[in-house]
Design a protein around this ligand. Structure first.
Ligand code: FE2
Length: 209
């Protein structure tokens, strides 16, 4: 069957109650717009988004963020590449952070729940195992589910941004996710195996300084 046939296009609400969910037991402003420097080849530029108020520095170096949390397990993975859209960037640091299923960020515990960072391998690959984030209110509207990320690499301009999920009904009204610049950061969730594993693929492209 065509892989595309598996792509989930239903809303996140529907997704959250689907049979793909897995509970695993184991050990959350300033708008940063792209400055419009057109150095990218083709349509690969990774645009910036808001940092948000819940960033914490010094997150643990780890790829598995599922310890001591529950939720639908997802793998967020891809390559970090240069602005020619093809050259991998080795030793780029990517860190991610997001809320739990209840919409809460771990802003103070030493466990840095749902927070981690790692370095890319020689092919620019990164992969995080984590959970599908919940939602929280921004004023009277829920922000769509999202994962914040920050990427740094020698000689490259820092990227601070967020990814969202296709089919999320709260994207349209969100001031940031609904921007044209966010289009390439709204990602499909792809069931990868019979155990309910979900993969979200996201390549990141960095402009040279
Ligand atoms: Fe957030």
């Amino acid at each position: 069957m065509d892989r595309r046939a598996f792509i989930i296009n239903t809303s996140l609400t529907a997704f959250a109650v689907s049979t793909f969910g897995t509970v695993l037991g184991c050990k959350k402003e300033d708008l940063l717009e792209s400055d419009g420097v057109a150095k990218f080849v083709g349509d690969c530029e990774t645009t910036n988004d808001i940092l948000g108020p819940f960033y914490r520095p010094d997150a643990p170096i780890r790829s598995d963020l599922t310890c001591e949390v529950t939720g639908n397990i997802i793998t967020l993975k891809g390559q970090i590449l240069a602005d020619d859209c093809v050259t991998p960037i080795e030793q780029a640091q990517i860190e991610i952070w997001h809320c739990d299923t209840q919409g809460d960020y771990d802003n103070s515990s030493p466990d840095f729940l749902q927070r981690g960072r790692l370095l890319t391998d020689a092919e620019g690959n990164y992969a995080f195992k984590t959970i599908l984030p919940g939602k929280y209110l921004n004023g009277q509207l829920y922000r769509p589910a999202h994962i914040h990320f920050r990427v740094t690499a020698e000689g490259k301009r820092e990227i601070i941004s967020q990814v969202y999920f296709e089919g999320d009904p709260d994207i349209a009204a969100d001031p940031w996710a609904s921007k044209e610049a966010a289009k390439l950061r709204i990602l499909d969730m792809i069931p990868e195996d019979v155990n309910g594993g979900i993969t979200v693929h996201f390549d990141i492209y960095m402009v040279s300084e």
